[in-house]
Design a protein around this ligand. Structure first.
Ligand code: SF4
Ligand SMILES: [Zn+2]
Ligand SMILES: [Zn+2]
Length: 312
């Protein structure tokens, strides 16, 4: 199959766009969508520091490389890579090695925060104790909090996340399926400032996962393919498969799910208070939708003698 824009062989078929693209033309559209989305999510950006969450996987590697290229034209802005080590043996050390290789090649400052030091626990340690709780529940909550804290400590005015189109479509569907509309308002990319939270943006929001992978490979970025040993227990897997099937049957479904999110945000904005305005956690002082944040709730469950209790 030939590229629809030149005579080179196509590397990707994009039913939602009705075309086939070669490597260089795919790379061009990925860069264009990234820049357009970042401009839209960070209009009139006057900050000095941009944090990029870097796990060492393909999505965050592309997010860092493209953020670095985007701000290279603005010498007053520093890009800082932020990595959380949740403490997952056999997995995280490998991805951190890839993350370090990338930050070294881009000459970007790299901050690594470790759950063991910051929270006095690790995902591995919690998984051994909370047998009835899927590890992603607490691991994700802890990682989000540590990332926010690291971004704040680095003086970041915005935090770039590597979420791609598939990730975001799955998250919208998950929150709708759970009846948690307020969480759709709080998910990244943020359309408004939330007290205590460094605004999170997702400039790969319009790029499907497969295209992010092809871009990372074509650009020769160091990234790790390893899959977290706990990923198989995540409820997200059901939504990942559902979104794939929907997209196969109805190309453009992922974009429609994101448009639904924007329509919901408009309604939430109009109603004024449906976001579940963040307060401060009475235990750690971090932003929270309840008296105590979910990160502290999980640490309490971990410290309690009864095991396997899920936090709602
Ligand atoms: S897959 Fe789940 S347990 Fe593994 S790093 Fe991600 S959130 Fe943590
Ligand atoms: Zn081409
Ligand atoms: Zn707390």
């Amino acid at each position: 199959m030939e590229c629809d824009r030149c005579a080179r062989p196509a590397v990707v078929d994009r039913p939602y766009a009705g075309d086939h693209l070669c490597d260089p033309h795919l790379a061009e559209t990925v860069r264009d969508r990234f820049q357009r989305t970042l401009r839209r999510q960070l209009p009139r950006f006057r900050g000095r520091t941009v944090g990029v969450a870097l796990s060492g996987g393909k999505d965050s590697a592309v997010a860092l490389a493209l953020t670095h290229a985007y701000f290279a034209r603005r010498p007053g802005v520093e890009v800082v890579a932020l990595t959380v080590d949740e403490g997952i043996r056999g997995y995280r050390p490998k991805t951190i090695r890839s993350a370090k290789a990338l930050t070294r090649s881009l000459r970007v400052r790299h901050v690594i925060v470790r759950a063991e030091r910051e929270l006095s626990t690790t995902t591995d340690a919690a998984a051994l104790r909370l047998l009835g709780t899927p590890p992603c529940s607490y691991c994700g909550v802890w990682r989000r909090q540590l990332l926010n804290r690291a971004a704040r400590d680095a003086g970041a005015d915005a935090l770039v996340l590597g979420f791609n189109l598939d990730d975001l479509a799955q998250t919208v569907l998950m929150n709708v399926a759970r009846g948690d509309v307020a969480r759709i308002g709080r998910m990244a990319p943020h359309s408004r400032r939330q007290d205590g939270l460094v605004p999170r943006v997702a400039p790969l929001a319009e790029v499907p996962e497969r295209e992010v992978f092809l871009y990372a490979r074509g650009a020769g970025l160091p990234f790790d393919h390893a899959e977290c040993p706990y990923a198989g227990r995540a409820s997200r897997n059901v939504f990942r498969e559902t979104v794939w099937r929907l997209e196969e049957a109805l190309p453009g479904t992922r974009q429609s799910l994101l448009r639904s999110r924007e329509a919901i945000l408009d309604l939430l904005d109009a109603s004024g208070d449906a976001f579940g305005a963040p307060q401060r956690c009475e235990e750690c002082g971090e932003p929270s939708t309840g008296v105590r944040c979910r990160a502290c709730e999980y640490r309490r469950v971990l410290a309690a003698p009864v095991m396997g209790v899920a936090v709602s």
